[in-house]
Unconditional design. Structure first.
Lengths: 177, 513
C-alpha cells in the first residue's frame, strides 16, 4: 500500500506488517479504522498539506498502519506452527495428536459402516440361501436398495462435521499459549 | 427404423449437439488454465457435488445396474451400494488431504508426497491404462444403446461418442467445465426418475402384478454358481473394489481440485453421497418392473438394454416411445459426460508426461501447449476405439467393476498410505502399484477376452472378482517394501503430512509458499 502523488517514496506506509508503532502524519484517524479508510483519508490530508506550503512539499513521513484486532496473540501463534514447520519433537507431538484424532474419526465412521454392511450381507444371504423357487421382493431389497443410502449420507455428514471440529480444535491449540 | 428409433435418435442427436455447445461455451468462458483454478474458488459445494455426480454416473450406472439386477436379483443391489460407499470411504480417508496436497492427478500426488519421478511415471502409466479401460465400457454402451434403438451396427454408436467427445475435449481444452457437468447430473436424474415414476404409476394402476425374480441359485454373481460362500466372496470382493477404487479413478481425482480447500472438499463429498443415493434408488425399480413386464429377454438382446426395452413393454404406443426416447437421451448424456471427463483426465496425463516432451524434442521447442494437448486428446480416444473390437460382450457394470479393481489395486495404497503413514517410501509405493496393477490387469484381460470363463471353478471366481486378493497384495507389498527401505523415507515427510492434515488457515509458513 502506498500513498500516491508528489509526496514521494517516504510516504509509503508499512501497513502490511503492522509491527511498527504508529507515527504521526495521518491526523484524526481513529485506531480501529480499516486499512482502506486510512488510505483514503490519508491522501486527502496530504493534499491539504501541499496547498498549505504552496507547492514545495516538505517530505513528511506518513506511516499508515493497519489496526489488527488479532495482533495481540500473533507472536504466540507463530512459534507453535513453526514447531511443525521445523520438524521439532514438539511439532511431531502436535501432528501426532491431530493425526490420531483424525484417524480415530475415520475409524469411527468406517468401522460401523463395515459392520453394518457385513450384517446386512449376512442377513440377505441367510434369507435367500435356501430358496429354489421364485424369490419375493422383501426386506432384503428394501434394506440394500433403499435404506442404505440415507444411512451412508448420515455417516458422511456426521464425519464431516466432526472432522471440522477436530481441525478447529487444532487451530485453537496452535493459537493458545 | 421404427418411430421409437427415430424419436430416440433425434433426442440422442440433441444431447450430442448440446454437449458440443457446452464445450464451445467452455472455450469462450475460460481461455487459460488459471481460469479453471479461479472458477474453482467460486464453485459452491452443491455445484461441485453435482459436477462430480454428472461425471461419475456413467452408462454402467444408467443402464448397467438395472440390467444386472434384472438378470441377477438381489445380490446385484450391492453394486450401486458400492458405487456410493466409495465416496464415503474417499471422504473418511483422503478427501481433504488430497485437496490440500494441491495435486491435480494421482501422479501429481505421488510426486508431491514421495518426491520421486519414477513413481510419478509409474502412476501416470496406470492412470492412462485405467482411463482407457474405463472408456471401453462407455463406447461399448454407446454402441449397445444405439443398436437397440435404431438397429444400427454397434460401431456407429461407439464412433459417434468417440467423435463427439474428442471434438468436445479439443474445443474445451484442459478444463472440464463444472457448470456443464453439474447440469448433466440433473439431466440424468430427471431422465431416469420421470419415466420410472410414470411406469410405477402404470404398474400401480394395473393392480401391482408380482415380478418373477430369478433365484440367486440360478444366476449367482457373474454366473459364479450359487454357493453361499462364493456369493459372499464375490460380493465382498466387489464391494472392496468399488470402495477403494473410486478414489483412484483419474476423472474423480481431477474433480477434487475444483474445491477451494480441504474443508470444502469434505462438504462436497457429503453432498455427492446424497446425490448418488438419490440416483441409485431408481435403477433397481426398472429391474423389478422389467421382471413383471419383460419376463424373458428377446433373443440376442443384452440385459444392459432392459431400461430401454421396458417403457414400450409397459405402455405400447406413443407414451412408451416418448419415454424410451427420454431414457436413451439420458443414457447418452451419461456416456458423454463420463467419457469426456475420462478423456480430459487421460489426455492431461498423456500430454504432461509423454506428448509434450516428445513434441518438444521433435519440433525443437516449436509446439504450443494447446497443440500438444489436442494431440494427446486424439491419442486418448483412438486407443480404446482400436481395442474395442477385441472385447467380448461381458456386461457394462461387470467390466466397469473390473476397472475399479485395477484402480483400487494401484492407487488406493499410494493414496491411503501416503496420507496416513509417514513411513511410506518411493520403492514401497512403486512395488505396491506394480504388484496390484499387474495382478488386477491380468485378471481384467483374462476376463475381457473370456480366456478364463467365470464360474467354472475357483480360478474363474478369483479372476472375475480379483479385488480381494489384488488389493491385499498391493497394500502388503507397499508396507513391507517401505519397512525394508527406511532410509528412503522422504525428507520432510512430517512437514508434508502436516500440510495434508492441517487446515489451510494455519500459517505453516514454509509449507505454503
Amino acid at each position: 500500500m502506498s500513498v500516491p502523488g508528489p509526496l514521494g517514496p517516504d510516504a509509503s506506509g508499512t501497513g502490511a506488517d503492522g509491527d511498527v508503532g504508529r507515527v504521526g502524519g495521518v491526523t484524526g484517524i481513529d485506531d480501529v479504522r480499516g486499512v482502506d479508510e486510512i488510505d483514503d483519508i490519508g491522501r486527502v490530508d496530504e493534499i491539504d498539506d501541499v496547498d498549505a506550503v504552496g507547492g514545495s512539499p516538505a517530505p513528511r513521513r506518513v506511516r499508515v498502519t493497519s489496526p489488527r484486532h488479532g495482533a495481540a496473540d500473533r507472536p504466540v501463534a507463530r512459534p507453535r506452527a513453526h514447531e511443525i514447520d521445523e520438524e521439532t519433537a514438539l511439532g511431531e507431538v502436535y501432528l501426532a495428536a491431530l493425526l490420531r484424532s483424525q484417524r480415530r474419526l475415520a475409524l469411527l465412521v468406517l468401522g460401523p459402516t463395515v459392520l453394518a454392511t457385513l450384517a446386512s450381507l449376512a442377513l440377505v444371504l441367510a434369507t435367500t440361501a435356501g430358496d429354489d423357487g421364485g424369490v419375493s421382493v422383501g426386506l432384503d431389497w428394501v434394506l440394500v436398495g433403499v435404506v442404505g443410502y440415507p444411512l451412508m449420507w448420515l455417516g458422511a455428514f456426521l464425519y464431516a462435521r466432526a472432522a471440522d471440529r477436530v481441525e478447529d480444535e487444532f487451530v485453537e491449540l496452535l493459537r493458545r499459549r | 427404423m421404427s418411430a421409437a428409433g427415430a424419436w430416440a435418435a433425434g433426442l440422442v442427436g440433441l444431447v450430442c449437439v448440446l454437449t458440443l455447445l457446452g464445450g464451445a461455451y467452455g472455450l469462450r468462458l475460460s481461455r487459460t488454465t488459471s481460469d479453471f483454478y479461479v472458477a474453482g474458488r467460486t464453485v459452491t459445494p452443491w455445484w461441485n457435488a453435482s459436477a462430480i455426480g454428472g461425471e461419475y454416473l456413467s452408462a454402467a450406472s444408467f443402464l448397467g445396474v438395472a440390467g444386472l439386477v434384472y438378470a441377477g436379483g438381489v445380490d446385484m443391489l450391492w453394486f450401486p451400494v458400492g458405487y456410493t460407499l466409495g465416496y464415503l470411504v474417499l471422504l473418511a480417508l483422503v478427501a481433504a488431504p488430497l485437496r490440500r496436497s494441491g495435486a491435480y492427478t494421482a501422479p501429481d500426488f505421488a510426486q508431491a508426497r514421495l518426491g520421486s519421478l519414477p513413481v510419478r511415471r509409474l502412476a501416470s502409466v496406470f492412470a492412462v491404462v485405467i482411463g482407457w479401460a474405463y472408456l471401453l465400457p462407455q463406447l461399448y454402451g454407446a454402441g449397445l444403446a444405439l443398436r437397440s434403438l435404431t438397429g444400427a451396427p454397434s460401431w456407429v454408436g461407439a464412433a459417434l461418442v468417440a467423435v463427439v467427445v474428442t471434438l468436445n475435449v479439443v474445443a474445451g481444452g484442459m478444463r472440464s467445465v463444472t457448470l456443464v457437468q453439474a447440469v448433466q447430473y440433473w439431466v440424468k436424474l430427471i431422465a431416469l426418475a420421470v419415466p420410472a415414476l410414470v411406469l410405477l404409476g402404470v404398474w400401480l394402476a394395473s393392480g401391482t402384478p408380482t415380478p418373477h425374480l430369478p433365484t440367486p441359485a440360478d444366476v449367482g454373481l457373474d454366473g459364479a454358481g450359487g454357493a453361499v460362500g462364493d456369493r459372499a466372496y464375490t460380493i465382498l470382493s466387489t464391494l472392496l473394489a468399488l470402495c477403494l477404487g473410486t478414489m483412484g479413478l483419474p476423472h474423480v481425482v481431477v474433480r477434487f481440485y475444483t474445491n477451494p480447500d480441504g474443508r470444502a472438499a469434505r462438504r462436497t463429498t457429503v453432498r455427492v453421497v446424497a446425490l448418488l443415493g438419490l440416483f441409485y434408488v431408481f435403477p433397481p425399480l426398472y429391474a423389478l418392473l422389467a421382471r413383471v413386464y419383460v419376463p424373458q429377454l428377446p433373443p440376442g438382446v443384452s440385459s444392459d438394454a432392459i431400461v430401454l426395452l421396458l417403457p414400450s413393454a409397459v405402455v405400447p404406443g406413443g407414451l412408451g416411445t416418448a419415454l424410451t426416447a427420454v431414457l436413451a437421451a439420458g443414457a447418452f448424456a451419461a456416456l458423454l459426460s463420463t467419457a469426456s471427463g475420462l478423456a480430459v483426465a487421460v489426455a492431461g496425463v498423456l500430454d504432461q508426461d509423454v506428448v509434450r516432451p516428445a513434441l518438444l524434442a521433435v519440433t525443437g521447442g516449436d509446439a504450443t501447449g494447446i497443440q500438444s494437448f489436442r494431440l494427446a486428446a486424439g491419442v486418448a480416444m483412438v486407443v480404446p476405439c482400436a481395442v474395442l473390437p477385441l472385447v467380448d460382450d461381458i456386461g457394462l457394470a461387470t467390466s466397469v467393476t473390473l476397472v475399479f479393481a485395477v484402480a483400487a489395486s494401484t492407487f488406493s495404497p499410494l493414496l491411503v498410505l501416503g496420507v496416513w503413514w509417514r513411513g511410506l517410501t518411493a520403492p514401497g509405493a512403486a512395488a505396491g502399484m506394480v504388484v496390484g496393477g499387474v495382478s488386477s490387469l491380468t485378471a481384467l484381460g483374462l476376463r475381457l477376452t473370456e480366456a478364463v470363463p467365470a464360474g467354472e471353478d475357483r480360478l474363474g471366481l478369483f479372476v472375475a472378482s480379483p479385488a480381494a486378493w489384488t488389493v491385499t497384495a498391493a497394500f502388503v507389498t507397499a508396507i513391507l517394501v517401505s519397512l525394508a527401505t527406511p532410509e528412503r523415507v522422504p525428507r520432510g515427510s512430517l512437514a508434508m503430512l502436516a500440510r495434508l492434515h492441517t487446515p489451510e488457515r494455519v500459517d505453516l509458513a514454509r509449507l505454503r509458499p
